[in-house]
Write a protein that binds this ligand. Structure first.
Ligand code: F6P
Length: 239
């Protein structure tokens, strides 16, 4: 695991973008695994700015998102579908047909998403990390062998995401559909972004702790090509 400590979240976004740009510049039809949440917003901002400057096209890029809430309307402002359009897709030349998000609440929906990914291999997976060490919506205790599955969200995650639902935890969906840990581990390269002091504990456990299903992100120690971009606050507990 290559850990790059940056001075602040702006530098994290710039450095993470350099990596992503390199992947897409070398393979214009690259397959990107994309994440939602606050962590990748700076990276998406860099992608949009450089696209608008005419430096990189996403015309042939394919994307697969990590997760989506269960039971939310795709057009709900806090659906991950809306998030991706607002924060990225509506501002670059990626083709709508080339973008994929998981959707639904049945095993058949999960199998269909895995099947859609089976013809391709993700060249670069973008990840954030939850305070509890989740990646995607794979909460502590998720099997390292999991594929796309339906998840019961952890209390910490519901609490953290209440800020997007009028600060009311009751309004946060309680379930999600998420790529599994084994799905994520199949990606050729992984780029993980973590900023802020509330991520320091999870980052330290991911990098230096034991590899255990109670800390989902710790499995990344076993992946051959992971780059972690952290700001100084998120790096505070690293040895
Ligand atoms: O980036 P945030 O908002 O801190 O969230 C952490 C992680 O939790 C999720 O929202 C759940 O998938 C991820 O998208 C994100 O990387």
């Amino acid at each position: 695991m290559n850990v790059i400590v940056c001075k602040d979240k702006q530098e994290v976004a710039k450095k993470a973008y350099e990596l992503l740009k390199d992947v897409v510049a070398n393979k214009p039809n690259a397959v990107l695994g994309l994440a939602t949440g606050s962590s990748p917003i700076g990276l998406y901002g860099e992608m949009i700015a450089d696209y608008k400057a005419g430096n990189l096209s996403y015309k042939n890029v394919i994307s697969f998102n990590l997760d989506e809430y269960v039971g939310i309307d795709k057009n709900h402002p806090e659906s991950y579908s809306s998030f991706m359009h607002k924060e990225l897709f509506d501002h670059i030349d990626i083709q709508e047909d080339n973008t994929h998000l998981p959707f639904g609440d049945t095993q058949a929906d999960c199998d269909a998403y895995e099947a859609a990914m089976s013809d391709v291999s993700i060249d670069l997976q973008v990840l954030g990390i939850g305070r509890n060490g989740h990646i995607g919506f794979n909460e502590p205790g998720t099997s390292f062998d999991s594929l796309t599955h339906i998840v019961d969200l952890d209390e910490k995650t519901i609490e953290d995401n209440a800020r997007f639902f009028d600060n009311d935890a009751n309004l946060v969906p309680k379930k999600a559909i998420s790529m599994g840990i084994a799905t994520i581990m199949k990606s050729k390269r992984i780029l993980l972004i973590a900023t802020g002091e509330n991520k320091a504990e999870a980052v330290a456990a991911m990098v230096n702790g034991p590899v255990t299903e109670s800390m989902p992100a710790s499995i990344l120690q076993k992946h051959a090509d992971v780059t972690v971009f952290v700001d100084e606050a998120a790096a505070a507990n690293l040895k």
